[in-house]
Design a protein around this ligand. Structure first.
Ligand code: PLP
Length: 379
């Protein structure tokens, strides 16, 4: 007998819920911009940049069109392009690697530490000491603070410094995560944040923001995002168009005021899942000591992933996989991207086993109870 699968009543992510939670102030902010008659790089973008820099504890913030552009603009700002290599990981959103190639630089992909899914500093050191044959000099390192957890950033910065490489933090998934008493994203040369709707801080469209304490770099990036202009219609640098529009900036300022509470709710949900996993034979995600995890995703590992997904699905619970195929194995990159000596073996194992449970701040207590019951029944 075929048992019909119930509809998904608890989605894995729900960006619409983040709008509905703040509908009144968001609608007012959008109306204000529409009435203002000024839609690109105006006072809303400046206000968001100032608020985000203050919240982040960075000297400067520069709003841009998306997170991929944020990474590419930092590389351009540092004059890293053709003739340079950039080390990052293969267990990431493809955007990290795409940004490196957008500026004409050559990616080299380092394996991950399997407990935290972030860049293995020991392999980074090995690659900087003995780069793959034919690779241009490695001028930058992009650790990704994946799933909301900081990478081993102090070790990575110490290693990169010894080899004269700049560290650019990919903060697309870690808005609000901390390392000691500092925010992730304030430790390297500059940080790139995506503001895609499902991120911890999400626009209702595309958006991105760059932070840095380096005023000269910030000025260069601010010019590069708009045709290289310092003065209107006069390009000092060969730039691009990657602006954050006023509607998104106004929405983001509303949402930023609620980000700390939203992250606290994610952590509360994560603690419930941790408790529900006890005795199931599956394990909660590891936490790096001395850091806070802001749970962009709550990721477990299972040998029988399809079976576990089906058990959730049978109870109407959505899950997702971040990411099912390492970047170096994807058709666009396969066979042509340099890897470190570990050949991304842990990355490949993780890609086969990781599973993301529902995680967004607007999950209700009743939904969390339902998910926890489903976790407890796994087996
Ligand atoms: C989302 C994401 C990006 C890219 O951001 P977009 O805004 O989609 O361009 C880059 N890196 C990581 C790790 C991401 O999760």
């Amino acid at each position: 007998m075929n048992v019909p699968t119930p509809p998904v009543t608890v989605p894995q992510a729900d960006p619409g819920a983040s709008y509905r939670a703040l509908k009144g102030p968001i609608d007012a902010a959008v109306a204000r911009v529409l009435e203002s008659g000024w839609y690109i790089l105006g006072r809303e973008c400046a206000a968001f940049e100032e608020a985000f820099a203050r919240w982040q504890g960075a000297a400067r913030a520069i709003g841009v069109a998306n997170g991929t552009d944020a990474l590419a603009l930092i590389l351009r700002g540092l004059e890293i392009g053709p003739g340079a290599a950039v080390a990052t990981v293969s267990h990431t959103a493809v955007a990290t690697v795409a940004a490196i190639e957008m500026v004409g630089a050559t990616p080299v992909l380092i394996d991950i530490d399997p407990a935290t899914y972030t860049m293995d500093p020991a392999e980074l050191e090995a690659v900087l000491c003995a780069p793959p044959a034919g690779l241009p000099p490695i001028r930058a390192v992009i650790p990704v603070h994946l799933y909301g957890q900081p990478a081993a950033i102090d070790a990575i910065i110490a290693i990169a410094d010894r080899h004269g490489a700049s560290v650019i933090e990919d903060c697309a998934q870690c808005h609000g995560a901390t390392v000691g008493n500092r925010k992730a994203g304030t430790l390297g040369r500059a940080a790139a944040f995506s503001l895609y709707p499902t991120k911890n801080l999400g626009a209702l469209g595309d958006g991105g923001v760059i932070t840095t304490d380096d005023a000269a770099l910030a000025d260069r990036i601010a010019a590069l995002r708009q045709y290289g202009w310092k003065e209107r219609y006069i390009s000092d640098l060969a730039g691009v168009n990657s602006r954050l529009d006023e509607v998104q900036a106004a929405i983001l300022t509303v949402k930023l005021a609620h980000l700390d509470a939203a992250n606290a709710r994610r952590q509360e949900i994560a603690a419930r899942y941790d408790a529900a996993l006890a005795g199931t034979g599956l394990f909660p995600p590891a936490r790096r000591p001395g850091t806070t995890h802001v749970f962009h995703q709550y990721v477990i590992r299972c040998a029988d992933r399809a079976g576990v997904q089906a058990q959730f699905r049978a109870r109407g619970i959505g899950t997702n996989v971040h990411y099912p195929m390492p970047v170096h194995a994807q058709p666009a990159y396969r066979g042509r991207v340099a890897l470190g000596p570990a050949a991304c073996r842990e990355t490949e194992r993780a890609a086969a086993e990781v599973l993301s449970l529902p995680m967004f701040p607007e999950l209700t207590d009743a939904q969390v109870d339902h998910i926890c019951a489903a976790i407890g029944a796994l087996g």
